[in-house]
Design a protein around this ligand. Sequence first.
Ligand code: ATP
Length: 237
Amino acid sequence: MSLLELHNVDVHYGRIQAINGLSLTVDEGEIVSLIGANGAGKTTTMKTISGLLTPSAGQILFEGEDITAMPAHTRVTRGISQAPEGRGIFPGMTVAENLDMGTYGRKERKGIDDDLDRVYTLFPRLKEREKQLGGTMSGGEQQMLAIGRALMAKPRVLLLDEPSMGLAPQFIRQIFAIITEINAQGTTILLVEQNAKQALSRAHRAYVLETGQVTRTGVGRDLLADKSIIEAYLGVA
Ligand code: ATP
């Protein structure tokens, strides 16, 4: 049994079908990447897993349980936590308050304090700026804050949607190194990325999405070595 399974999922926006018969699995301990061009359906897939969108067909299983109809907030308390595309931090709240928002539904103070220490160790910049308003942080720092906030929910699976989007190269390397570290500490990760090179080299396995369907799947490094993938997603012949 995989930690997370999607079986033949369809998702519509009104009459527009964005996802068509999508199946994927994420095993405990893995980093799985989802790559694809603009509009392929990556964000739609993430929102469907986190419960912000409801499939029109198919099934989502988490730890073997059918969660297709489970509300988003219940999924968070069950262990599915998303750092959304565009970051979605609260600009008028401090860094510390933003992180506290991530503890929604948790009551064990000791566990929360331990996770705050973990986040501040992963992202020393957030500790330095804990009293600064989120909206005044740089793009890279806001991305760290979004990931940190998602970690404060103590997820079994962390959903990361385009963590490198809009970041300077030194921040991109740093964010991916931290993603690898979070995984090494035991958190399973599903990663959506336009930066296919980083996404494939960091992933255990990957799926290629085209117009709402999985067209390729395999070991991240094998896909990275595939000429057709390189041509399509890395922009070099
Ligand atoms: P990007 O990298 O550009 O974010 P993506 O792979 O994440 O792309 P989605 O945002 O999931 O793709 O979009 C998949 C399809 O669904 C696209 O055809 C898009 O135009 C359509 N779509 C997305 N959001 C909506 C919406 N709110 N209403 C109607 N159609 C939508």
